[in-house]
Each structure stands twice: as C-alpha cells, then as structure tokens.
Design a protein around this ligand. Structure first.
Ligand SMILES: C[S@@+](CC[C@H](N)C(=O)[O-])C[C@H]1O[C@@H](n2cnc3c(N)ncnc32)[C@H](O)[C@@H]1O
Length: 243
C-alpha cells in the first residue's frame, strides 16, 4: 500500500492493485444477464471503500452458497469465463469460486453460466487478493487457477503484478496439502517472476510438465500466440508444513 497525499492534508491510502479501475458500464445484454441471473451466481460481499475491495469483516458461507460441500477450486480473473465455463462444466463434482473485478465481464460470465445451466460456479466481483485473505480460511482450496493475469509489462508497473512474494505466501496458505496452483502467462519475464517467487515460497513445490491440456485457449492466449509470444504453464503443489 502506498501513501499519497499533500502535506498538511489528510493522507489517503491508495492501494497498488493488479487491475485497472475501469468503468462498470454494461452493454444492454450484459445488464439483462446480470438482472436475470446475477442473484444465482454473484455473491454479495460488503466492500471496504472502493467497490472492488472486500471488508475485512466480510464472510461468505460457501456451503450455503453452493448448497453442498465439495472440493473448492478458486479462479482469479476469469474475465468473461471463456475457459472457466468449459472447465466447470467438465467438473460437476467441484465448486468453483471466481474472483473477477470487471463488472461487465462478470455480467457476461453470468449469462454464459446460465446458458450452460451450470450450478457449480459462484462469483465474487472483487479483488481476489482481499477475497483470499478475508473470505477463505487456510487450507480450504484444492486448486487455484491464475490464467493470463494482467501482465503489466513496463518495469515501472511490475509492482502491480498479482503474483509477487506476498501474494504467493497468501495463496499458498489457502491451499490444502496436496492442492495445486496452476498458472499461465504469455509474458516471458512474468513467467520468470512467477517461478522466482513460487520457487522461493516454502510449502510450494513445482510440478514439471508443459501446457495443461484441460485449459481451453482463450482470446488472451490466442492474442499472445499471434504476437509471437510463448505461453508458459506452471503448476505448484502445496506440500505439508515441516514441523
Ligand atoms: C488478461 S485477463 C485474463 C482473463 C482470463 N483468465 C483468460 O485467460 O482469458 C485478466 C483478468 O483478471 C482480472 N483481474 C486482474 N486482477 C484481479 C484481481 N486482483 N482480482 C480479481 N480479478 C482480477 C481482470 O479484470 C481481467 O478480467
């Protein structure tokens, strides 16, 4: 968190976040999807100050939200759900909790989930970093998916990248022993950064392997490939604490 402000005035905490705060204006079809099906999929979570923040006192009852208890997968930043919808449909036995900050994308995702008649996905329209911290207990997530996080390629923006050492420690703490964190990026130096921080994170061990075949190609991946960038898939497994 960075302090910004003018001397002599109250200082405002302006947080460094991994996303651009964009207009929440929706297209008519997105608004319709949200109005018709939002309540089925989007969990109401109290915010702190900005609309994408999470009140530290907020709680979600996942058993009530999903109507059952099942292994929990968390996706960070599914966008419109191009890969999420297919992957959730292929896994009816797991519950998927998705954190996505961009409201129009959430609306589109809601529409796609309703069309696919899926009932094993719920969405929190807020910052995943705060969501993981305040809404999820330690050792509760069987898989964490982070596919094509915003790359922030300019050096002066690297501090905005989601996957850094602090986030790695938080994410690792939410995984069950044996749980997996799957990541993909088409930015070579972000892949390098991911490997550096995750290799250094006690409790995480990299699992060798190439592209995760279950992951459908999304617009973001296709764009990266068309631009000649190489896609890296990384998988880390949470090992039990050494005590
Ligand atoms: C480049 S897009 C990738 C979308 C999708 N995963 C794919 O592969 O097609 C990144 C998405 O992550 C979302 N995002 C970025 N930071 C986030 C955060 N801290 N919490 C929740 N969503 C976030 C953005 O709004 C955007 O929709």
């Amino acid at each position: 968190m960075t302090d910004v402000g003018v001397p002599g005035r109250a200082r405002v905490h302006r947080e460094v976040v991994s996303y651009v705060r964009r207009s929440a204006r929706m297209r008519p079809n997105q608004r319709r999807a949200w109005e018709r099906h939002g309540a089925d999929y989007v969990l109401e979570v109290p915010a702190r100050e900005t609309s994408t923040s999470v009140d530290p006192a907020a709680r979600v009852d996942l058993r009530a939200a999903f109507g059952r208890t099942a292994p929990l997968v968390v996706e960070i930043g599914p966008g419109t759900g191009e890969s999420l919808v297919a992957m959730a449909a292929a896994r009816p036995g797991v519950d998927v909790l998705a954190f996505e900050v961009y409201a129009p994308a959430v609306a589109q995702l809601v529409g796609a989930l309703a069309r696919a008649q899926l009932d094993n996905v719920r969405i929190v329209a807020a910052n995943a970093a705060e969501g993981l911290q305040h809404l999820l207990d330690e050792a509760t997530v069987t898989e964490l998916w982070t596919f094509f996080p915003d790359p922030w390629p300019k050096a002066r923006h690297h501090k905005r990248r989601l996957v850094d050492a602090d986030f790695a420690a938080l994410a690792s703490s939410r995984l069950v022993p044996g749980g997996r964190w799957r990541l993909a990026t088409d930015w070579a130096d972000y892949a390098r950064q991911m490997r550096e921080v995750l290799d250094a994170q006690p409790g995480l061990v990299r699992e060798p392997g190439g592209r995760w075949a279950d992951r459908p190609v999304t617009r973001f991946e296709a764009r990266g490939l068309a631009a000649g960038r190489e896609v890296s898939d990384l998988t880390y497994v949470r090992v039990p604490d050494e005590r």
